[in-house]
Design a protein around this ligand. Structure first.
Ligand code: HEC
Length: 198
């Protein structure tokens, strides 16, 4: 009898210890995970920062430098002409590579007055976003949208005419529907799409 009471006490102490152990372990295990979850708006900001950095370095350190030295030009039909892609095309091309990874992350350059129709908004949300960043370029237009069966997060960032050659080229391109861009105008937007569930 005494023995069985002793055993019962020992077993309940073990059970309590195991319970406390499991509970404290679960605290340690879940905390870093939860704090590592970042809002989609911030994830999009991070991706946007990388896209912008790549585009700036490509435009200033590669295209501008090579053109100044007269080594190689950037041209729209770069594949046929053995030239460098234009910075806009560089962004569009890297975006295609990212989309091809199947990670669900996508980005592209779009405008309400695009040189090519494939850079026009394809949904109401994209059109509204491009209108919103013209009015207020300081912050992205964000939201959750349904594309087919999938729900995705989209963020649209203003794309400004930061250099004279942006407006010079777009205002004179035979295909451009708009020819009165001025320096610092919002010419379009970078649309970033992130998957919500994987
Ligand atoms: C030498 C000509 C040229 C220059 C310079 C240039 N672009 Fe473009 N841009 C293009 C062409 C061509 C496209 C279409 C590329 C495609 O879809 O293949 C384009 C596409 C775009 C688009 C997508 C919408 C559209 O018009 O099709 C935006 C937005 C854009 N450019 C903004 C800029 C900005 C901002 C700059 C300056 C930092 C710039 N561009 C400099 C020729 C140029």
């Amino acid at each position: 009898m005494k023995n069985s009471i002793l055993w019962a006490i020992v077993i309940s102490i073990f059970a309590a210890l195991a319970g406390i152990g499991y509970w404290s372990l679960s605290l340690v295990m879940t905390k870093p995970d939860e704090s590592a979850r970042i809002p989609l708006e911030i994830a999009a900001d991070y991706i946007h920062a990388v896209i912008e950095a790549n585009r700036t370095v490509y435009a200033t350190e590669i295209v501008d430098k090579f053109q100044e030295k007269g080594l190689i030009e950037a041209a729209e039909h770069w594949r046929q002409e053995n030239a460098l892609p234009l910075p806009a095309q560089f962004l569009i091309e890297t975006g295609k590579h990212v989309a091809a990874t199947g990670s669900g992350i996508k980005y592209r350059l779009a405008s309400l007055t695009p040189i090519y129709v494939w850079n026009a908004p394809v949904t109401d949300f994209e059109r509204k976003g491009l209108e919103a960043v013209i009015k207020d370029p300081s912050k992205p237009f964000t939201g959750i949208v349904r594309i087919g069966r999938e729900r995705v997060f989209q963020a649209i960032y203003a794309d400004r005419a930061v250099a004279k050659n942006c407006i010079a080229c777009h205002n004179t391109h035979p295909n451009s529907p708009r020819r009165d861009y001025k320096l610092h105008d919002v010419m379009g937007g970078i649309i970033i799409t992130l998957p919500i569930s994987r």
